[in-house]
Write a protein that binds this ligand. Structure first.
Ligand SMILES: Nc1ncnc2c1ncn2[C@@H]1O[C@H](COP(=O)(O)OP(=O)(O)OP(=O)(O)O)[C@@H](O)[C@H]1O
Length: 286
């Protein structure tokens, strides 16, 4: 039995007797060509979730994987800018909308790619935002992918809820920074994911430290890293710890973020490869 079949069989949405209380009963059809679907989430804005998504996509692409990014941050989409994609040229084929491709070949779909002006504002209410994300799943010809990363807007609102309930996710990565506030909110995000019975793959702690380029001294502008404390309290491993790295911002501004080398993702990549091969049951931290 394939990984997808077993995942679907264990999902209550497949059952004719789906109980009224089932949280994932609205799950939409898996796409045959996509091996694993991973949401990248954060409880709070500005912790670097889109930066992590773009860097991770580049890291996995450089390892030889076919990678896609579904930009679910409809009102604040930054993925096209970080990866150097200019909107206004979305095409359609027989099997749906054709995603853009970055220099490394990462497939990307984002609402901003429909606009020529990247500063176009999207003023929509929650249900429309959630509908757009579903369409990016259903109406895009993603083709064959090893990993589709879904970059979620921050928080626990309509779009994260729709994605967690309706996309056939293999798991969620939660990004946080070492501030106490961010830690409190990461636990809310984790609670939401667990309530909806979606597997948690692990945490990424971003902006954990800064290494002085002159003397090499390490300082902690946002406080000491909280990875081991959060891991102990939640039972979820921290699979990558990223420094404050000015090149992330400058490469992002130039649309070349995927080109940066990020050896910090080695352990996370191993986990993701396991998920793609054996299913999230093998690594779930729920
Ligand atoms: N490790 C880092 N080192 C230096 N700058 C970083 C780092 N991570 C993120 N940034 C910068 O912080 C800003 C916010 O990052 P990003 O847009 O990825 O956050 P986000 O959590 O996706 O935000 P949003 O809440 O808008 O979704 C960007 O300017 C980015 O370049």
């Amino acid at each position: 039995m394939s990984k997808k079949e077993s995942a679907c069989d264990s999902c209550p949405s497949k059952s004719e007797n789906c109980e009224a209380g089932c949280d994932r009963k609205n799950m939409i059809k898996p796409q045959e060509g996509i091996k694993s679907v991973i949401a990248v989430m954060s409880g709070k804005g500005g912790v670097g979730k889109s930066t992590v998504t773009a860097l991770l996509a580049g890291f996995m692409a450089k390892k030889g994987h076919e990678v896609g990014i579904l930009d679910g941050d409809i009102t604040g989409p930054s993925i096209p800018r970080l990866l150097g994609l200019k909107g206004g040229r979305i095409g359609a084929g027989q099997r749906g909308l054709i995603p853009y491709r970055t220099e490394l070949g990462v497939k990307v779909m984002s609402l901003n790619l429909f606009f020529e002006r990247e500063d176009e504002a999207v003023i929509w209410r929650g249900p429309m935002l959630a509908g757009a994300v579903k369409q990016f799943w259903e109406d895009v010809d993603w083709g064959e992918l090893d990993f589709l990363f879904v970059d979620l807007p921050p928080g626990t609102g309509d779009v994260p809820l729709t994605v967690l309930q309706s996309l056939p996710l293999d798991g969620v990565i939660i990004v946080f920074s070492p501030q106490d506030l961010a830690i409190m909110i990461v636990k809310k995000a984790l609670r939401m994911v667990r309530t909806l019975d979606v597997p948690v793959i692990g945490f990424v702690e971003n902006m954990a430290y800064l290494e002085c380029p002159e003397c090499g001294k390490v300082i902690y502008p946002y406080g000491k890293p909280k990875g081991s404390q959060v891991s102990e309290e939640t039972g979820v491993p921290v699979l990558a710890t990223l420094p404050i790295q000015p090149s992330y911002t400058s490469f992002g501004d130039q649309g070349k973020l995927e080109m940066l080398e990020t050896p910090e993702f080695e352990q996370l990549a191993d986990r993701l490869e396991k998920v793609a091969a054996c299913g999230s049951e093998a690594i779930s931290n729920n």
